[in-house]
Design a protein around this ligand. Structure first.
Ligand code: PGA
Length: 241
């Protein structure tokens, strides 16, 4: 089942998204949250911090697993996804540090399976937050000839590196060439999925992903086969719907 929530502005976008996550935690304090990085979820994390500060949500029993990490950036690097999560969310709420997980960017290919084992040991993901790339990627599952099921190392496409150069002084050469990402099965096993999308630039890919054929050329299209997806998007991103 696919539900679309239309936000009128960034503030409402953040509030609606944070509310969904807070409700998940209220329903199950030990929830395993699958979390995403990037510009899109920032208003949502900001609002989640506000909800925590006003005593409306308690993360003390929660766990988190992040989607991906760059290869070659240490957790202290300002553009690493571990750093992103610390500064945008974890440092401001009461989630226990040892219960937050981000794939290791230096994960050798043969060790990636440990991340999937960790997710299984936690009982699976209750709610997975996703962004969508301009090329339709989810996590760093880039367009390919096949869906890659589990956590793996991936070579980033030029389109993704160009899109992310804005975080690296606009220099594409500084953007890592590889990442470690949860795979499509890891994502699809989540009980609920919250797909976030904002901005006119993503209107076409969002529409195609949700209305076109299911194809590994548009990795997000696989979400059509999930039974519980909420799409939270702004007017601009939904302009073709
Ligand atoms: P963005 O990235 O939120 O920074 O646009 C989303 C993504 O690439 O998954």
């Amino acid at each position: 089942m696919l539900q679309i929530l239309r936000a009128k502005d960034q503030t409402q976008f953040g509030q609606l998204g944070a509310r969904l996550i807070a409700d998940q935690i209220k329903a199950k304090a030990q929830s395993v949250l699958g979390l995403a990085t990037g510009s899109t979820p920032i208003p949502l994390y900001r609002e989640l911090v506000n909800l925590y500060r006003s005593g409306e949500v308690d993360f003390s029993q929660a766990h988190s697993v992040n989607l991906d990490e760059y290869v070659g950036l240490s957790p202290e690097h300002e553009q690493s996804y571990r750093y992103f999560m610390q500064t945008h969310l974890f440092d401001h709420i009461n989630i226990r540090p040892e219960r937050t997980h981000v794939p290791a960017g230096d994960c050798a290919a043969q060790d990636c399976g440990q991340y999937d084992q960790l997710i299984r040991d936690l009982g699976g993901i209750d709610m997975q937050v996703l962004g969508i790339g301009l090329n339709g990627h989810i996590g760093f599952n880039e367009p390919d000839d096949r869906f890659i099921p589990y956590t793996h190392r991936v070579t980033l496409t030029e389109s993704t590196r160009r899109a992310n150069a804005r975080f690296f002084e606009d220099k594409i050469d500084l953007v890592p060439t590889a990442a470690v990402s949860m795979g499509i099965c890891s994502i699809m096993h989540a009980r609920r999925i919250l797909l976030l999308c904002t901005g006119e630039a993503k209107a076409r890919i969002l529409y195609d992903a949700l209305n076109g054929d299911i194809t590994p050329r548009i990795p997000a299209s696989i979400l059509q086969a999930h039974r519980d997806v909420t799409v939270l998007a702004d007017e601009a991103a939904l302009s073709l719907f």
